[in-house]
Ligand binder design. Structure first.
Ligand SMILES: [Zn+2]
Length: 152
């Protein structure tokens, strides 16, 4: 592991592209888990494949881009830069989805941030995340018959 000068390490996230398993390490644990004597020793604890390791430094930002339905034209999607999930979900635009009385929880479907209402009675794609696996959110997983009937 090479840490560039002047950068303060915030966290390391390892995640599995295959099954969605993820684990987050606080900075004080990183040197212990990732060092030259121990080069990338990790395997996904769920499916045993090689996970992806991402180091996040102080000031690193993730990006959210608003979903504009196809029927709407001439609207520039809103973009939000954020460091933490809490920060994104508290954003004025994003929190409009969760202020609905029937709002249940946030999920991720691929790189889509999806607001779920009721028990998957309804859902809306709020937008897209550039590195979705860095966010600790459940996967979008509606009962299968609703996938056939639902609209995202
Ligand atoms: Zn896996």
């Amino acid at each position: 592991m090479k840490v560039m000068k002047m950068q303060i390490l915030k966290t390391a996230v390892i995640y599995c592209d295959v099954c969605g398993w993820r684990k987050e390490y606080p900075p004080e644990d990183i040197a212990h888990h990732f060092n030259d004597d121990n080069p990338v020793p990790y395997f996904c604890e769920n499916c045993s494949r090689s996970p992806i390791i991402v180091f996040m430094y102080e000031g690193d930002k993730l990006k959210f881009r608003q979903h504009i339905p196809n029927a709407v034209s001439g609207v520039e999607p809103k973009e939000i830069e954020f460091e933490t999930l809490e920060e994104l979900l508290a954003d004025e635009y994003v929190s409009r989805f969760s202020s609905d009385d029937n709002f249940s929880f946030w999920t991720l479907g691929g790189n889509c941030l999806i607001a779920v209402y009721g028990d998957y009675e309804k859902w809306w794609v709020a937008g897209y995340i550039d590195h979705p696996k860095l966010l600790d959110l459940p996967m979008f997983n509606p009962p299968s018959e609703r996938i056939l009937n639902g609209k995202a």
